[in-house]
Write a protein that binds this ligand. Structure first.
Ligand SMILES: *Cc1c(COP(=O)(O)O)cnc(C)c1O
Length: 393
């Protein structure tokens, strides 16, 4: 199933009031009523805003769900999903989980009596064995951040259904341009729209999409009760980002594939993690459930130390050192010292995030420039090493 660019572009409505081809930004807090309770569908902008509603409608369509809800950040979206649970419930989550989700589960929800079990979901059998009678929610990311592990959405959805628990997929890395988890049996999709959906590194936003209307209404209730809405202006920016999503994603995938293939043969590089490489552990599953392998490439260095990684990430020219991903400009990040700092070192290493692991968000620059940038920075590592050796010898 694919999200056709024509359909996507024309699912963004022309304003019915004025004909404005761009979606209007309704910068308002309240809406005038004809009589108490008689209004045009909106009463207060926390509950609903027409600009946000356009975005919510678009993302619901793109993910083939019934209800979309837009939040002030990806973590606010994740938080709303966890609020579906009650004290005593358990979450079964992918071990290589986004650091912020780990922090939220551990430091906020554990004290309210929600337990989280982590397992390697790349093999669906592990999920089958890890489910307990109290598991109410299975949480996966595929590909994961930052080691690009792939889990079989269909196989895990079957296990979720058989055990009467919900399956939520964090679809941030693939985006709906490549992968639609709800069509493969998931109940909920969440996004950090900060990444590919926004696409320009200029906003923070989150989205939840549900397969069923009833569950969507619950998420809307939670949002209205808790308040973590997306502003009209940021909703508008995400809409504008989505207009070019298929085009951008195509180029991100092509550039990332070339970068991954280059890294795989460079002498300073140890392992490359990219689902588009034939030797990736779950390449076949990735090829089955998504239409491309995405724009994120991670790798480790032969010199598996924090020092070598630091030297590398501070010497690239086009890959800017920053957290986040999914924008037009290429970014480089050292998870152990940045995004995954809040995960204890032992746990982090056990999940495959070694000390020298570097994550690239491959942008939309000319791919030859990107490859030559990486080549220069990697060769510098090799040269320093040789120099040190000569000095000590
Ligand atoms: C960035 C990210 C989040 C969190 O989103 P924010 O918009 O930063 O709150 C959640 N999941 C994944 C996979 C992410 O990359």
């Amino acid at each position: 199933m694919s999200n056709n660019a024509t359909q996507l572009i024309h699912s963004i409505p022309v304003d019915p009031l004025t004909g404005s081809i761009a979606v209007p930004i309704y910068q308002t807090s309240t809406f005038v009523q004809e009589a108490p309770g008689i209004n045009k569908g909106y009463d207060y902008a926390r509950t609903g805003n027409p600009t946000r509603a356009v975005l919510e409608d678009i993302i619901a369509k793109l993910e083939y769900g019934k209800v979309g809800v837009a939040f002030g950040s990806g973590l606010a979206a994740i938080d709303a999903v966890i609020k579906l649970l009650e004290s005593g419930d358990e979450i079964l989550a992918v071990d290589d989980i986004y650091g912020g989700a780990f922090r939220l589960f551990t430091h906020i929800y554990q004290k309210f009596g929600i337990k989280v079990n982590y397992t390697d979901t790349t093999n669906a059998e592990n999920v089958f064995h890890a489910v307990t009678p109290n598991t109410k929610l299975i949480w996966i990311e595929t590909p994961t951040n930052p080691t690009l592990k792939i889990s079989d959405i269909e196989a895990i959805a079957k296990i979720a259904r058989a055990n009467h628990c919900l399956l939520c997929v964090d679809n941030t890395f693939a985006s709906p341009a490549l992968q639609q988890p709800l069509l493969r049996g998931a109940d909920i999709v969440v996004h950090s729209a900060t990444k590919y959906l926004g696409g320009h590194s200029d906003l923070i936003a989150g989205l939840v999409v549900t397969k069923e209307k009833e569950l969507g209404e619950k998420i809307k209730f939670i949002q209205n009760a808790s308040g973590a809405i997306l502003s009209p202006f940021d909703s508008w920016l995400v809409i504008r980002g989505i207009e070019t999503l298929p085009l951008r994603i195509k180029q991100h995938c092509a550039n990332a594939q070339a970068v991954a293939e280059f890294l795989a043969i460079h002498p300073a590089v140890d392992k490359v993690y990219y689902p588009g490489l034939k030797n990736h552990q779950n390449h076949e599953i990735a090829a089955k459930q998504s239409e491309g392998f995405g724009g994120i490439v991670s790798f480790t260095l032969k010199d598996d130390t924090e020092e070598a990684a630091t030297a590398f990430v501070t010497s690239t020219r086009y890959f800017k050192l920053a957290e986040s991903l999914g924008g037009v400009k290429s970014l480089v990040c050292h998870p152990a010292q940045m995004t995954h700092k809040s995960i204890p070192a032992e746990k982090r290493r056990a999940a495959g995030v070694s000390d020298s692991l570097v994550r690239l968000s491959v942008g939309l620059e000319e791919v030859t420039d990107l490859v030559s940038d990486l080549d220069t920075a990697l060769n510098a590592l090799l040269n320093t090493k040789t120099k040190n050796k000569t000095v000590t010898a």
